[in-house]
Ligand binder design. Structure first.
Ligand SMILES: [Zn+2]
Ligand SMILES: [Zn+2]
Length: 289
């Protein structure tokens, strides 16, 4: 494909008319040319319409015709515009894949922030309440500025593909860790090896199941720390991530100089002696009698 001329003056005029709103600058034949255009827009290099440098932001995303879409927005002035999200989260209806009626299940999906057809930003979620078979449900509805509609089925498929890719990558990661030999994880060394071995065997193994497994194998303290961390992350953690978490916790413990054996002891203003569990070490500590 030869050189493509885009009407950047018109793009800039449209973007300036609606500061903060993304405008399609062009669809480039390759991802390399798209990426180069993103850089040139931000720096206003060989693109005089976008001067002065720094007044426009740009990003690139796949376009359904196989090219790379470049979107830009005018950001000069105040107040600062919202940063572009790295993903979008929506609650959608899952009606199963069978032919018959299977009822409805609400699934929270995290997907790309762009429309898969044109690369334009996906819309903001608006809660929508509905009833079915005598039960009430809340899902999200959104409309994309580009005018393309995301169906719940398409978004679910996109999400499941992302999850499968992530699970595959984590499985490979865990296998690599097992091959590399036991990690330096202090008292968790055995637990980390168990977790990595299990995560390498079972694709998509969750931290919750990893913790149960550790508990059964006598690694009860490690299992409790994972359960604690799971609560903190509101349940979203894989067994592979749990193994990484234990390695980090062991390192933090080793470096901790704030406590004595997992306890922070001090005298409060009223003269009372207080002994708290160290938030860095997170050891189980027996309360003082
Ligand atoms: Zn679109
Ligand atoms: Zn400590």
């Amino acid at each position: 494909m030869g050189h493509i001329r885009f009407d950047h003056r018109a793009v800039v005029a449209a973007a300036k008319a609606e500061r903060g709103t993304w405008v399609l600058a062009g669809v480039y034949p390759t991802s390399m040319s798209g990426k180069a255009a993103v850089l040139r827009i931000a720096l206003a290099r060989r693109m005089p319409s976008y001067e002065p440098a720094g007044t426009f932001e740009a990003y690139h995303a796949p376009h359904e015709d196989g090219g790379t879409a470049v979107w830009t927005r005018y950001v000069a002035g105040l107040p600062a515009v919202e940063p572009r999200p790295s993903s979008k989260t929506y609650r959608v209806c899952d009606r199963g894949t069978g032919r018959g009626y299977e009822g409805v299940r609400i699934v929270t999906v995290t997907v790309a922030p762009e429309c898969p057809r044109c690369g334009g930003p996906r819309g903001e979620a608006r809660p929508h309440r509905f009833s079915e078979d005598g039960a009430w449900y809340i899902v999200d509805k959104w409309s994309n500025g580009c005018g393309h509609t995301d169906s719940y089925d398409a978004v679910l498929a996109e999400y499941r593909k992302l999850v499968a890719q992530l699970e595959e990558a984590e499985q490979r990661d865990a296998a690599r860790a097992v091959k590399a030999g036991p990690a330096q994880a202090g008292e968790y060394t055995a637990a980390v090896l168990l977790l990595n071995t299990a995560a390498a065997e079972t694709r998509g193994l969750l931290a919750r199941h990893g913790a149960q497994y550790l508990d059964m194998r006598g690694e009860t303290e490690a299992a409790r720390r994972i359960q604690e961390e799971l609560k903190r992350r509101s349940g979203a953690m894989s067994a592979r991530q749990a193994a990484t978490f234990l390695v980090e916790l062991a390192a933090a413990r080793q470096a901790c100089d704030r406590c004595e054996n997992g306890r922070v002891n001090y005298q409060a203003e009223d003269g009372e002696f207080v002994s708290l569990r160290c938030p860095t070490c997170r050891r189980d500590v027996v309360p003082n009698a």
